[in-house]
Design a protein around this ligand. Structure first.
Ligand code: ZN
Length: 504
């Protein structure tokens, strides 16, 4: 059994009571061993107030628990986790959800009024405080980034990070980053660089020996390596934080130019060729099938295949390689699309079959009902606490009760709505009419469509094409793939995606 001990002393506690970290760690470790721990990880925060959750030791403990490597946590009392009751509740809930047992040295649930209060409030408070606390924690991290500090989750190849020393260059990894950039700007492809790194056994950040070309590409695109780390790059207000540069600005910019060129090239090359790219999955190996331009008896042939390079893919697809003639497969799918558009009634019933089933709605309703019963339990517990005199009915508690009541009402409303929406009710009569009308408009000039328009149309109507089996025999008609099973999955929300089509 693996245990974690967590200790915390604030500066105040050290000064006033002479508490020491070592004493806490020792007694917690002893208890962990008594309980059968064979391996003990220590986490500690010294001189940090329990008012904030932004503590390196606590962060370490939480990420170890997230990784699932801890079975038991021993600490002196809930105050070690946080001085704030709400934080204690959130953290204990987080730990228990991960299946970790909590053991306190100086605290039992049942024996003290505080214990009882703590235990009972867990159900009542956690529910609605959780969101607020999450928000506060995220705000704390953003603030830090804005002040030029680095949030706790900084992890980037080429660098080491610790709260004390900040971001520092990792010499070995930085050397690899430099190599990647210099090879790339002298026109070695990310693919070739990835193979080279994998073959030379260089470990990645996650300590695997496998370099994917996408990882190489991500390194090439990251402005951190020219000294500008972008925090929350996908948000509306990304923050640029200076870090030590590994390559010069010129080298980085050159790399961006080459990347942009190759993107343009690929866009051109891929364009007229494969109608179904991104839509096909081989059910025999479970991987996507992509276009493959090969030679057959001296003729160039377009195929789809699930076969991928073994050096850069974990699942390289079926072996021997499965090749499906692209003309035949595209014709099968295209004919199906045309057939459906030609027969709007058939289209509507096919779409209905693809709608979220009653089972999906049932799941959502069950989930809402569970939340409702938790909320009601929380209310009952809180009311019991008030009745027994443990909690005083002050304005704060009154507010909490009101919030619980509002939540209950909201959930009840949503359950009613979900019941109405279940099954076919989702797809209104008007939607069906619209779909039929769209179909009859599209079918009028279906044979004059450009490749891109055809592709858009297929993507609006088809969500996936599943392929299983392989070609039997060598000769087949263009619209026939003997031995191959083609399953075309339609989009239930087709009526909306078709509306957005740019087909005149
Ligand atoms: Zn396959």
């Amino acid at each position: 059994m693996r245990a974690a001990v967590y200790a915390r002393v604030s500066t105040e506690e050290q000064a006033q009571h002479g508490y020491s970290l070592a004493e806490q760690k020792d007694s917690c470790t002893r208890r962990a061993k008594e309980l059968g721990a064979t391996e003990i990880l220590e986490f500690a925060d010294e001189g940090i107030s329990g008012a904030t959750l932004d503590r390196p030791g606590l962060e370490g403990l939480r990420s170890a628990i997230k990784e699932g490597i801890i079975d038991l946590i021993v600490l002196r009392d809930p105050d070690r986790l946080s001085r704030k009751l709400a934080h204690q509740l959130i953290l204990t809930e987080e730990f228990e959800k991960a299946g970790v047992r909590l053991e306190f040295l100086d605290f039992t649930w049942q024996d003290s009024p505080e214990g009882k209060l703590f235990y009972n409030l867990k159900g009542a408070v956690a529910e609605y405080e959780r969101e607020k606390i999450k928000e506060r924690m995220i705000r704390g991290k953003n603030q830090k980034a804005r002040q030029g500090g680095i949030p706790m989750n900084f992890s980037l190849y080429g660098y080491d990070y610790s709260p004390e020393k900040g971001v520092q260059i990792n010499a070995q990894e930085a050397e690899i980053v430099k190599q990647i950039f210099h090879k790339f700007v002298s026109y070695t492809s990310p693919h070739a660089i990835a193979i080279e790194l994998t073959q030379s056994g260089v470990p990645t950040k996650r300590n695997t020996n496998f370099w994917h070309r996408q990882v190489v590409r991500q390194i090439l695109m990251n402005p951190a390596y020219k000294g500008e780390w972008v925090y929350q790059k996908n948000s509306d207000s990304p923050i640029i934080i200076p870090v030590p540069a590994i390559v010069s600005k010129e080298v980085w910019e050159t790399a961006q130019q080459i990347l942009a060129e190759s993107r343009r090239l690929w866009a051109k090359r891929g364009k007229q060729q494969y109608l179904l790219s991104g839509l096909i999955t081989c059910t025999d190996c479970g991987t996507p099938m992509g276009g493959h331009y090969g030679t057959h008896w001296g003729n160039r042939v377009r195929n789809y295949t699930c076969r991928k390079s073994e050096s850069t893919n974990r699942i390289p697809g079926c072996s021997p390689a499965k090749l499906i003639n692209a003309d035949s497969l595209e014709l099968i799918v295209w004919n199906e699309v045309k057939n459906l558009l030609n027969d709007p009634d058939k289209l509507v019933s096919a779409v209905k079959r693809n709608l979220p089933t009653d089972e999906d709605s049932k799941k959502e309703i069950d989930n809402l009902k569970r939340q409702l019963s938790d909320t009601e339990k929380g209310m009952t517990q809180l009311i019991d606490l008030i009745a027994s005199g443990i909690v005083e009915l002050d304005s704060k508690i009154k507010q909490k009760l009101t919030q619980l009541k509002q939540r209950r009402e909201l959930l009840e409303r949503r359950i009613k709505e979900a019941n109405k929406e279940s099954g076919l009710a989702l797809f209104s009569r008007q939607d069906m009419k619209n779909l039929k009308r769209l179909a009859s408009e599209i079918i009028k000039n279906i044979d004059d469509l450009e490749f891109e328009e055809k592709q858009q149309l297929v993507r609006s109507m088809v969500s996936q094409v599943y392929i299983s089996g392989r070609i039997q025999g060598t000769y087949h008609l263009p619209d026939d793939l003997p031995g191959v099973d083609v399953k075309i999955m339609l989009r239930a929300e087709m009526v909306y995606s078709l509306k957005n089509l740019a087909i005149s």
